[in-house]
Design a protein. Sequence first.
Length: 214
Amino acid sequence: MNVLVVKANNRPSTEGISSKMYEAFMAELEGQELNITTYDVYEEDTPFFGQDMFNAFGKVQNDEELTDLESRLLAAKQKAMDAISAADVVVFAFPLWNLTIPAKLQTFIDYVYAAGFSFKYSAEGNLVPLLTDKKAIFLNARGGIYSTPESAPMEMAVNYMRNVIGGIFGMEVIDEVIIEGHNAMPDKTDEIIAAGLEEVKASAQRLGELTLKV
């Protein structure tokens, strides 16, 4: 089984809880019969998606010379798409920052959010997911509490990932581990994080068990 782990936090694990979750997950996978690839959105060359990308598309169609930035964008987009194509399971480790996902993770998703690759339109104009053969796991940390009915609508990180990865792309989300409230409840910080990391380890173990069933 090919597992792609998308790491989307460049804070050290002593400070970033989703970085700690990533490290715990990877440590638990050691020794399992998995082909693991890590795509660190902060280590990869990931220029932001914008007009330069569209300029590059046009130049390729017209066989025109690309600028350095345009070449980097096309290479980065292709690398992200190739990584997704090769994966059976994609694990996303990411924080909630300012109610949403980090900009670099958004860029990675922008690279693969492409008609003909991750989705298409039917003859009737309906959206058809194209990555239904893949599974996804979300590892998310958020310092506040967003699981209550009052605050849930404000949360646009996990909800966004569910809608795009599970909805538009059609991947089966087989596991979610969310650590929340460790900043909102400082007297329970250590307890919350410790319990969450145990869930992370359990998720990695479940992934290993899934491998045995394939």
